[in-house]
Design a protein around this ligand. Structure first.
Ligand code: ZN
Length: 277
């Protein structure tokens, strides 16, 4: 986000609450090592690093939600026992998933935006970040959101790892989230980094009682493609049953927050309801 969305438009989209107060460079770090790639599948069409144009932001109209009409996500096939790409086709439900946190800069902003919109989401947390920020884990749960296991260290390709290492990544993340959350909470969903699935990963999900969760709408927000790209992708690709992928960790997430400030009210106005997988 480079400040080309007018502040007036931004405040309008946010109902004047001003949750996102600046569009400059953030200072979030990722374990001291800079940004990490987010969770898009390799080969997704959108390109990284595209900046906003100078033209005013346009929010396309939402696809009218027709209950019971749920187009299959493009390029993926739902198989029994495989990862879940969309919600069961009923009603007007869609889901928002928020990956790679908790992050001390962006998770509180995300929580404020979701509270303002009355939306409950699913936060796919990295175990070591949960261990580092137990207060944020509790705040996410206090907001009525769910937490999914997103591995302990976010490996680049868990689908190529042997069973023992996969098991360790998943089990350590569950333990870290459970310890941070307290009260006996344990994640029941597993979101694989980068949507990388293998029979080994799915087998470990089964062994650990974790339901494999994927997504169907991905604007590659982690690559900071510009607020317009994030807004357009979500508005054009969202249908009943969609599971939208966003991020609140792994780098500067101001574009994500700004874009969601525009699209979440529009989706609600169009009749969509937010559910949790
Ligand atoms: Zn991730």
């Amino acid at each position: 986000m480079t400040g080309r969305v007018s502040r007036r438009a931004l405040l309008f989209a946010l109902g004047g609450v001003g949750l996102v107060t600046g569009c400059g460079d953030g200072h979030a770090t990722w374990h001291g090592a800079g940004d990490i790639p987010g969770d898009s599948r390799p080969g997704d069409a959108a390109s990284a690093g595209v900046t906003d144009s100078a033209s005013p932001l346009v929010v396309p109209p939402a696809n009218p939600p027709q209950p019971g009409v749920c187009p299959a996500p493009p390029g993926v096939e739902q198989k029994p026992g495989g990862p879940q790409y969309s919600l069961p086709c009923r009603g007007t439900d869609i889901a928002l998933t928020v990956d790679d946190g908790p992050d001390p800069t962006y998770t509180p902003k995300m929580l404020a935006l979701l509270a303002q919109q009355g939306i409950r989401a699913t936060f796919c947390m990295i175990g070591r970040s949960a261990a580092a920020h137990p207060d944020l884990v509790k705040r996410v749960l206090d907001g009525g959101h769910h937490i999914a296991n997103h591995t302990f260290s976010h490996p680049m390709n868990i689908a190529k790892m042997p069973a023992g290492a996969v098991h360790t990544e998943m089990a350590r993340a569950t333990d870290a989230i459970a310890k941070a959350a307290g009260g006996g909470y344990r994640p029941r969903l597993f979101r694989s980094p980068g949507g990388a699935w293998s029979s080994t990963v799915l087998g470990q999900c089964s062994a650990l009682g974790l339901h494999p969760l994927d997504w169907s709408v991905d604007p590659r927000d982690w690559s900071r493609p510009g607020v317009q790209h994030i807004v357009t992708t979500i508005m054009k690709q969202t249908h009943p049953g969609s599971i939208i992928l966003e991020h609140d960790g792994g780098g500067n997430r101001e574009q994500t927050l700004t874009a969601l400030g525009f699209v979440l009210p529009k989706l609600r106005e169009a009749g969509y309801t937010f559910a949790q997988p």
